[in-house]
Design a binder for this molecule. Structure first.
Ligand SMILES: [Zn+2]
Ligand SMILES: [Zn+2]
Length: 356
Protein backbone atom coordinates (compact mmCIF):
# COMPACT_ATOMS: atom_id res chain seq x y z
CA UNK A 1 0.00 0.00 0.00
CA UNK A 2 1.28 3.45 -0.92
CA UNK A 3 1.41 5.47 2.28
CA UNK A 4 0.94 9.16 2.90
CA UNK A 5 3.94 9.12 5.25
CA UNK A 6 7.68 8.73 4.59
CA UNK A 7 9.83 6.49 6.79
CA UNK A 8 10.83 9.53 8.86
CA UNK A 9 7.17 10.35 9.51
CA UNK A 10 6.79 13.28 7.09
CA UNK A 11 4.00 13.12 4.51
CA UNK A 12 4.93 12.18 0.92
CA UNK A 13 4.46 14.26 -2.22
CA UNK A 14 2.19 12.78 -4.90
CA UNK A 15 1.44 13.28 -8.61
CA UNK A 16 -1.63 15.25 -9.75
CA UNK A 17 -2.99 15.60 -13.30
CA UNK A 18 -5.31 18.53 -14.03
CA UNK A 19 -6.90 20.14 -17.10
CA UNK A 20 -5.32 23.54 -17.82
CA UNK A 21 -6.97 24.28 -21.19
CA UNK A 22 -8.70 22.60 -24.15
CA UNK A 23 -7.07 19.18 -24.67
CA UNK A 24 -4.27 20.20 -22.30
CA UNK A 25 -3.22 18.23 -19.23
CA UNK A 26 -0.65 19.29 -16.67
CA UNK A 27 1.12 16.94 -14.27
CA UNK A 28 2.58 18.30 -11.05
CA UNK A 29 3.98 16.81 -7.88
CA UNK A 30 1.87 18.11 -5.04
CA UNK A 31 3.49 19.08 -1.75
CA UNK A 32 2.53 16.93 1.23
CA UNK A 33 -0.33 18.03 3.43
CA UNK A 34 -2.02 16.88 6.62
CA UNK A 35 -5.81 16.64 6.84
CA UNK A 36 -7.78 19.60 8.11
CA UNK A 37 -10.42 19.04 10.83
CA UNK A 38 -13.34 16.99 9.52
CA UNK A 39 -11.37 15.87 6.50
CA UNK A 40 -9.26 12.88 5.49
CA UNK A 41 -6.51 12.04 3.04
CA UNK A 42 -7.18 9.08 0.76
CA UNK A 43 -4.43 7.31 -1.21
CA UNK A 44 -6.05 6.60 -4.56
CA UNK A 45 -6.12 2.99 -5.77
CA UNK A 46 -8.13 3.47 -8.99
CA UNK A 47 -10.06 6.27 -10.65
CA UNK A 48 -12.53 5.52 -13.44
CA UNK A 49 -12.61 7.65 -16.60
CA UNK A 50 -16.07 8.72 -17.73
CA UNK A 51 -17.68 10.82 -20.45
CA UNK A 52 -17.74 13.83 -18.14
CA UNK A 53 -13.94 13.68 -17.90
CA UNK A 54 -13.72 13.54 -21.70
CA UNK A 55 -15.97 16.61 -22.06
CA UNK A 56 -13.98 18.44 -19.38
CA UNK A 57 -10.72 17.63 -21.18
CA UNK A 58 -11.87 18.68 -24.66
CA UNK A 59 -13.61 21.85 -23.40
CA UNK A 60 -10.77 22.83 -21.09
CA UNK A 61 -12.75 25.03 -18.70
CA UNK A 62 -16.12 23.38 -18.12
CA UNK A 63 -15.51 21.17 -15.07
CA UNK A 64 -14.91 22.21 -11.47
CA UNK A 65 -11.40 20.87 -10.70
CA UNK A 66 -12.70 18.27 -8.21
CA UNK A 67 -14.88 16.66 -10.90
CA UNK A 68 -12.03 15.76 -13.29
CA UNK A 69 -11.52 12.27 -11.86
CA UNK A 70 -14.63 11.78 -9.68
CA UNK A 71 -15.05 7.96 -9.81
CA UNK A 72 -12.49 6.84 -7.27
CA UNK A 73 -11.57 4.36 -4.59
CA UNK A 74 -8.61 4.23 -2.23
CA UNK A 75 -7.39 3.81 1.32
CA UNK A 76 -7.60 6.35 4.11
CA UNK A 77 -4.04 7.38 4.96
CA UNK A 78 -4.72 10.13 7.51
CA UNK A 79 -7.74 11.62 9.30
CA UNK A 80 -8.17 15.12 10.70
CA UNK A 81 -9.47 16.16 14.10
CA UNK A 82 -13.12 15.44 14.79
CA UNK A 83 -13.40 12.55 12.33
CA UNK A 84 -15.04 9.44 13.75
CA UNK A 85 -15.81 6.07 12.22
CA UNK A 86 -12.88 6.06 9.79
CA UNK A 87 -9.64 4.13 10.33
CA UNK A 88 -6.28 4.65 8.66
CA UNK A 89 -5.93 1.85 6.09
CA UNK A 90 -9.68 1.52 5.56
CA UNK A 91 -10.84 1.14 1.94
CA UNK A 92 -13.38 3.75 0.86
CA UNK A 93 -15.11 5.23 -2.16
CA UNK A 94 -15.80 8.91 -2.69
CA UNK A 95 -19.48 9.80 -2.59
CA UNK A 96 -21.62 12.52 -1.06
CA UNK A 97 -22.40 13.06 2.60
CA UNK A 98 -25.78 12.57 4.26
CA UNK A 99 -28.30 15.43 4.18
CA UNK A 100 -26.79 18.31 6.17
CA UNK A 101 -29.93 19.40 8.05
CA UNK A 102 -28.93 23.09 7.77
CA UNK A 103 -29.34 24.17 4.12
CA UNK A 104 -32.49 25.76 2.73
CA UNK A 105 -33.74 22.49 1.21
CA UNK A 106 -33.14 20.51 4.42
CA UNK A 107 -34.76 23.16 6.63
CA UNK A 108 -37.82 23.14 4.35
CA UNK A 109 -38.03 19.35 4.73
CA UNK A 110 -36.60 18.35 1.34
CA UNK A 111 -33.61 16.43 2.68
CA UNK A 112 -33.22 14.28 -0.45
CA UNK A 113 -32.49 17.48 -2.37
CA UNK A 114 -29.95 18.71 0.23
CA UNK A 115 -27.95 21.61 -1.26
CA UNK A 116 -24.79 20.51 0.56
CA UNK A 117 -24.85 16.97 -0.84
CA UNK A 118 -25.72 18.33 -4.29
CA UNK A 119 -22.76 20.72 -4.16
CA UNK A 120 -20.52 17.82 -3.09
CA UNK A 121 -21.73 15.76 -6.06
CA UNK A 122 -20.85 18.63 -8.38
CA UNK A 123 -17.49 19.45 -6.77
CA UNK A 124 -18.51 22.99 -5.74
CA UNK A 125 -18.98 22.64 -1.96
CA UNK A 126 -16.75 24.82 0.27
CA UNK A 127 -14.67 21.73 1.21
CA UNK A 128 -14.33 20.45 -2.39
CA UNK A 129 -10.86 19.07 -3.13
CA UNK A 130 -8.58 21.37 -5.12
CA UNK A 131 -8.26 18.66 -7.75
CA UNK A 132 -9.89 15.39 -8.73
CA UNK A 133 -8.56 11.89 -8.27
CA UNK A 134 -6.30 11.59 -11.31
CA UNK A 135 -3.77 11.89 -8.53
CA UNK A 136 -1.94 9.89 -5.91
CA UNK A 137 -4.06 11.35 -3.11
CA UNK A 138 -7.16 13.46 -2.49
CA UNK A 139 -7.98 15.58 0.59
CA UNK A 140 -11.73 15.35 1.15
CA UNK A 141 -14.54 15.83 3.66
CA UNK A 142 -14.69 12.68 5.78
CA UNK A 143 -18.52 12.73 5.54
CA UNK A 144 -18.20 11.90 1.84
CA UNK A 145 -16.28 8.64 2.41
CA UNK A 146 -18.19 5.38 2.25
CA UNK A 147 -16.50 2.18 3.53
CA UNK A 148 -15.94 -0.72 1.15
CA UNK A 149 -16.59 -4.22 2.57
CA UNK A 150 -14.06 -7.04 2.06
CA UNK A 151 -16.33 -8.81 -0.46
CA UNK A 152 -15.92 -5.93 -2.92
CA UNK A 153 -12.65 -5.85 -4.90
CA UNK A 154 -10.75 -2.64 -5.63
CA UNK A 155 -11.79 -2.79 -9.29
CA UNK A 156 -15.44 -3.24 -8.30
CA UNK A 157 -15.10 -0.37 -5.82
CA UNK A 158 -13.84 1.88 -8.63
CA UNK A 159 -17.15 1.27 -10.43
CA UNK A 160 -19.38 2.08 -7.45
CA UNK A 161 -19.86 5.74 -8.45
CA UNK A 162 -21.34 5.14 -11.92
CA UNK A 163 -23.35 2.20 -10.54
CA UNK A 164 -24.76 4.56 -7.92
CA UNK A 165 -25.77 7.10 -10.58
CA UNK A 166 -27.93 4.41 -12.17
CA UNK A 167 -29.32 3.07 -8.88
CA UNK A 168 -30.48 6.62 -8.09
CA UNK A 169 -32.23 6.97 -11.46
CA UNK A 170 -34.01 3.61 -11.20
CA UNK A 171 -35.10 4.45 -7.64
CA UNK A 172 -36.48 7.80 -8.82
CA UNK A 173 -38.47 6.16 -11.63
CA UNK A 174 -39.98 3.60 -9.21
CA UNK A 175 -41.58 1.59 -12.01
CA UNK A 176 -44.11 -1.07 -11.13
CA UNK A 177 -42.88 -4.70 -11.16
CA UNK A 178 -43.30 -6.25 -14.60
CA UNK A 179 -42.64 -2.99 -16.46
CA UNK A 180 -41.38 -3.19 -20.05
CA UNK A 181 -38.18 -1.16 -20.04
CA UNK A 182 -35.96 0.16 -22.84
CA UNK A 183 -32.32 0.99 -22.16
CA UNK A 184 -31.09 3.37 -24.86
CA UNK A 185 -27.29 3.13 -25.03
CA UNK A 186 -25.20 0.30 -23.52
CA UNK A 187 -22.15 2.19 -22.34
CA UNK A 188 -21.29 1.89 -18.64
CA UNK A 189 -24.35 3.88 -17.56
CA UNK A 190 -26.74 1.89 -19.77
CA UNK A 191 -25.32 -1.50 -18.72
CA UNK A 192 -25.59 -0.56 -15.05
CA UNK A 193 -29.07 0.95 -15.45
CA UNK A 194 -30.22 -2.26 -17.13
CA UNK A 195 -29.04 -4.32 -14.15
CA UNK A 196 -30.69 -2.01 -11.63
CA UNK A 197 -33.94 -2.03 -13.62
CA UNK A 198 -33.84 -5.83 -13.64
CA UNK A 199 -33.27 -5.83 -9.87
CA UNK A 200 -36.21 -3.45 -9.51
CA UNK A 201 -38.53 -6.01 -11.10
CA UNK A 202 -38.63 -5.10 -14.78
CA UNK A 203 -40.69 -7.69 -16.63
CA UNK A 204 -38.77 -7.28 -19.86
CA UNK A 205 -35.67 -5.25 -20.76
CA UNK A 206 -34.78 -4.21 -24.32
CA UNK A 207 -31.23 -2.89 -24.69
CA UNK A 208 -30.45 -0.73 -27.74
CA UNK A 209 -26.83 -0.07 -28.73
CA UNK A 210 -24.98 0.51 -32.05
CA UNK A 211 -21.64 -1.03 -30.95
CA UNK A 212 -21.50 -4.80 -31.40
CA UNK A 213 -18.89 -5.10 -28.62
CA UNK A 214 -21.24 -3.39 -26.19
CA UNK A 215 -24.21 -5.45 -27.38
CA UNK A 216 -22.14 -8.55 -26.65
CA UNK A 217 -21.41 -7.23 -23.16
CA UNK A 218 -25.14 -6.73 -22.55
CA UNK A 219 -25.75 -10.31 -23.67
CA UNK A 220 -22.97 -11.56 -21.38
CA UNK A 221 -24.71 -9.78 -18.48
CA UNK A 222 -27.79 -11.90 -19.16
CA UNK A 223 -29.91 -9.57 -21.28
CA UNK A 224 -31.62 -11.55 -24.02
CA UNK A 225 -33.28 -8.75 -26.01
CA UNK A 226 -30.38 -6.66 -27.30
CA UNK A 227 -30.87 -4.77 -30.56
CA UNK A 228 -29.25 -2.35 -32.96
CA UNK A 229 -30.92 1.12 -32.73
CA UNK A 230 -32.22 0.72 -36.30
CA UNK A 231 -34.34 -2.21 -35.08
CA UNK A 232 -35.48 -0.66 -31.80
CA UNK A 233 -38.79 0.88 -32.90
CA UNK A 234 -40.04 -2.35 -34.46
CA UNK A 235 -38.85 -4.34 -31.44
CA UNK A 236 -40.71 -2.09 -28.99
CA UNK A 237 -43.89 -2.21 -31.08
CA UNK A 238 -43.76 -6.00 -31.36
CA UNK A 239 -43.13 -6.44 -27.62
CA UNK A 240 -45.86 -4.05 -26.49
CA UNK A 241 -48.61 -4.68 -29.04
CA UNK A 242 -47.87 -1.23 -30.42
CA UNK A 243 -48.35 0.65 -27.12
CA UNK A 244 -44.75 1.64 -26.46
CA UNK A 245 -42.48 0.96 -23.48
CA UNK A 246 -43.54 1.60 -19.90
CA UNK A 247 -40.14 3.21 -19.21
CA UNK A 248 -37.31 4.36 -21.47
CA UNK A 249 -33.98 5.18 -19.85
CA UNK A 250 -32.12 7.58 -22.16
CA UNK A 251 -28.43 6.84 -21.47
CA UNK A 252 -26.68 8.35 -24.51
CA UNK A 253 -26.99 12.11 -23.98
CA UNK A 254 -27.47 12.55 -27.73
CA UNK A 255 -29.74 15.61 -27.91
CA UNK A 256 -31.27 14.64 -31.26
CA UNK A 257 -32.57 11.38 -29.73
CA UNK A 258 -34.82 13.05 -27.17
CA UNK A 259 -38.02 13.28 -29.22
CA UNK A 260 -37.56 9.88 -30.94
CA UNK A 261 -36.99 8.41 -27.45
CA UNK A 262 -40.21 9.93 -26.16
CA UNK A 263 -42.10 8.41 -29.09
CA UNK A 264 -41.04 4.91 -27.96
CA UNK A 265 -42.78 5.42 -24.59
CA UNK A 266 -46.44 4.45 -24.23
CA UNK A 267 -49.12 6.99 -23.37
CA UNK A 268 -48.79 7.50 -19.62
CA UNK A 269 -45.30 5.99 -19.55
CA UNK A 270 -42.03 7.40 -18.26
CA UNK A 271 -39.05 8.93 -20.03
CA UNK A 272 -36.03 8.88 -17.71
CA UNK A 273 -33.08 11.12 -18.54
CA UNK A 274 -29.58 9.95 -17.51
CA UNK A 275 -27.41 10.87 -20.50
CA UNK A 276 -26.23 14.48 -20.23
CA UNK A 277 -26.75 16.39 -23.50
CA UNK A 278 -24.31 19.20 -24.34
CA UNK A 279 -26.74 20.63 -26.95
CA UNK A 280 -30.35 21.78 -26.74
CA UNK A 281 -33.05 19.53 -28.15
CA UNK A 282 -36.13 20.17 -30.23
CA UNK A 283 -39.08 18.24 -28.81
CA UNK A 284 -42.80 18.14 -29.42
CA UNK A 285 -44.13 19.61 -26.20
CA UNK A 286 -47.69 18.93 -27.41
CA UNK A 287 -46.89 15.26 -27.98
CA UNK A 288 -45.54 14.89 -24.44
CA UNK A 289 -48.55 16.72 -23.01
CA UNK A 290 -51.20 14.88 -25.00
CA UNK A 291 -49.69 11.48 -24.20
CA UNK A 292 -49.26 12.40 -20.52
CA UNK A 293 -45.60 11.38 -20.38
CA UNK A 294 -43.86 11.45 -17.03
CA UNK A 295 -40.34 12.81 -17.40
CA UNK A 296 -37.81 11.97 -14.69
CA UNK A 297 -34.55 13.88 -14.65
CA UNK A 298 -31.78 12.23 -12.69
CA UNK A 299 -28.37 13.59 -11.79
CA UNK A 300 -25.92 12.22 -9.26
CA UNK A 301 -27.15 10.58 -6.05
CA UNK A 302 -27.76 10.59 -2.31
CA UNK A 303 -25.53 9.11 0.40
CA UNK A 304 -27.84 6.14 0.92
CA UNK A 305 -27.70 5.32 -2.81
CA UNK A 306 -23.98 4.60 -2.32
CA UNK A 307 -24.60 2.41 0.72
CA UNK A 308 -27.26 0.40 -1.14
CA UNK A 309 -25.23 0.08 -4.35
CA UNK A 310 -22.15 -1.21 -2.52
CA UNK A 311 -24.37 -3.78 -0.81
CA UNK A 312 -25.81 -4.91 -4.15
CA UNK A 313 -22.28 -5.26 -5.60
CA UNK A 314 -21.12 -7.20 -2.51
CA UNK A 315 -24.05 -9.59 -2.94
CA UNK A 316 -23.34 -9.97 -6.71
CA UNK A 317 -26.74 -8.48 -7.57
CA UNK A 318 -24.98 -5.92 -9.76
CA UNK A 319 -22.04 -7.24 -11.81
CA UNK A 320 -19.66 -4.35 -12.45
CA UNK A 321 -16.33 -6.14 -13.09
CA UNK A 322 -17.08 -7.08 -16.76
CA UNK A 323 -17.37 -3.37 -17.60
CA UNK A 324 -13.68 -2.85 -16.77
CA UNK A 325 -11.83 -3.12 -20.09
CA UNK A 326 -8.44 -1.62 -19.27
CA UNK A 327 -6.14 0.14 -16.80
CA UNK A 328 -3.65 2.92 -17.59
CA UNK A 329 -1.16 5.05 -15.64
CA UNK A 330 -1.42 8.82 -15.21
CA UNK A 331 1.08 9.41 -18.04
CA UNK A 332 -1.27 7.64 -20.48
CA UNK A 333 -4.39 9.61 -19.51
CA UNK A 334 -4.09 12.21 -22.31
CA UNK A 335 -3.87 9.58 -25.04
CA UNK A 336 -6.77 7.69 -23.50
CA UNK A 337 -9.00 10.80 -23.39
CA UNK A 338 -8.21 11.46 -27.07
CA UNK A 339 -9.11 7.85 -27.91
CA UNK A 340 -12.39 8.05 -26.00
CA UNK A 341 -13.24 11.39 -27.66
CA UNK A 342 -12.62 9.92 -31.13
CA UNK A 343 -15.72 7.74 -30.79
CA UNK A 344 -13.69 4.82 -32.15
CA UNK A 345 -12.66 3.31 -28.83
CA UNK A 346 -13.83 -0.20 -28.02
CA UNK A 347 -13.42 0.45 -24.28
CA UNK A 348 -16.31 0.39 -21.84
CA UNK A 349 -14.67 1.53 -18.57
CA UNK A 350 -10.98 2.31 -18.19
CA UNK A 351 -9.43 2.80 -14.75
CA UNK A 352 -6.42 4.96 -13.97
CA UNK A 353 -3.89 3.53 -11.51
CA UNK A 354 -1.85 6.50 -10.29
CA UNK A 355 0.87 4.17 -9.00
CA UNK A 356 1.33 2.33 -12.34
ZN1 LIG B 1 -18.64 9.88 -14.08
ZN1 LIG C 1 -28.91 20.09 3.47
Amino acid sequence: MAGAVNEDGTPTAHPVVTVTGPRTLHETNEAPTLPEPGRAIVDITYTGVCGTDVHGYTDGHMLPPAVFGHEWTGRVSAVGDGVSGLEVGQRVVGGVGPACGRCSQCVAGHARQCDTAFAEANGVDPDAPEHGAFAGQVHVSARRLIPVPDEVTDIEAALVEPATVTFHAVRRVAATPGAIVVIQGAGPIGLLTAQNARNAGAGHVIVSEPSSARRDMATDLGFTDVVNPSDLKARVEATTDGRGADVLYECTGVAALLQPSAELVRRGGTLALLGFPLDTSTVSYADWQVRELAVIGSLAYNHDDFVATIQLIAEKRIDVAPLHTGTVGLSELGDLLEELDSGRSSHTKVLVDPHA
